[in-house]
Ligand binder design. Structure first.
Ligand code: ZZB
Length: 260
């Protein structure tokens, strides 16, 4: 599986993360990025937040003299063999931290209409897929929309500040069948009430992928008016050229789908 990895730069750690990371001297002066793996770089304008798994163990890995990535160890090992780190085949872990401690961290998401967004919890993040970090696009991903709604409805239960989830989906892609907010449309159609509704969510995701890819037109940004098929590689290249993204390959046979 070939993903586009998206670098979300940390601008302010949550207090709980600061407590753990303050003592790690090697982090001083470095740029730290939560790195998310996506199949849909053309939707990055619509990022409203970033998701981690609260029980997942993440590491902070040195990339080079300046940069550090927040990802799972499994992803770091894969990246080490893809010339992403300065020493081929080697990983250097500067710190380890569980997902729940970074909830509420502020990050800058490339191309997003929102200048800064927050790190929030998602129940269905797989530690065994991508980087274990998911960037959230509730306009076009039913899982993201359902989860963001859960967080907005039950902030206290999810132990977040309501304002961290107070971001509206942004129209990115228009489709003939579902309009310009595909995920909210499909969640309503399939009566999806929460991120726990796994079966209808898997169906909605399938429909969203197909309709977006084959029928979608971009309605925002530099490639507004182009079909998704035309715009996708162009937007991916923009992210790669700017250094905000890079190609990340997942070895065959180890890829697990969230939808099963
Ligand atoms: C942004 C995005 C925007 C995504 C969208 C999807 C959609 P898939 O679909 O199962 O083959 N993802 C990445 N890593 C993880 C993980 N560790 N755990 C759970 N979910 C993960 O997997 C690819 C998508 O699953 C990725 O693309 C990411 O969400 C998520 F508008 O990134 B995507 C209709 C889907 N739309």
């Amino acid at each position: 599986q070939e993903y586009t990895a998206i670098k979300l730069q940390v601008t302010e750690w949550a207090e709980s993360a600061q407590q753990v990371l303050a003592s790690v001297s090697e982090l001083a002066g470095k740029n730290v990025y939560l790195v998310a793996a996506t199949l849909r770089p053309e939707t990055m304008y619509g990022q409203t937040n970033c998701f981690v798994g609260t029980e997942i163990k993440y590491g902070l890995y040195q990339v080079n003299d300046k940069d550090v990535f927040f990802i799972t160890e499994r992803a770091a090992r894969n990246m080490a063999y893809q010339k992403i780190f300065s020493n081929f085949g080697e990983i250097k872990k500067l710190a380890e931290i569980k997902g729940d401690l970074v909830i509420g961290t502020k990050v800058k998401a490339p191309l997003s209409t929102y200048p800064e967004v927050y790190v929030l919890p998602m129940e269905n993040v797989l530690a065994t897929k991508g980087t274990g970090v998911v960037t959230s696009v509730p306009s076009d991903s039913p899982d993201d929309f359902a989860t963001l709604q859960d967080l907005q409805k039950k902030a206290a239960y999810y132990k977040i500040q309501p304002e961290w989830a107070a971001f509206e989906p942004i129209p990115i892609i228009n489709t003939p069948s579902y309009g310009n907010l595909t995920a909210p449309f499909l969640c309503k159609l399939k009566k999806i009430n929460s991120q726990k509704d796994r079966v209808p969510l898997a169906e909605a995701k399938e429909l969203a992928y197909k309709e977006g890819f084959y029928q979608g037109t971009i309605v925002i940004g530099e490639y507004k008016g182009l079909s998704v098929q035309e715009a996708k590689p162009k937007i991916r290249d923009v992210l790669i050229q700017s250094g905000e993204g890079f190609v990340y390959n997942e070895p065959e046979g180890l890829v697990m789908s969230r939808s099963g």
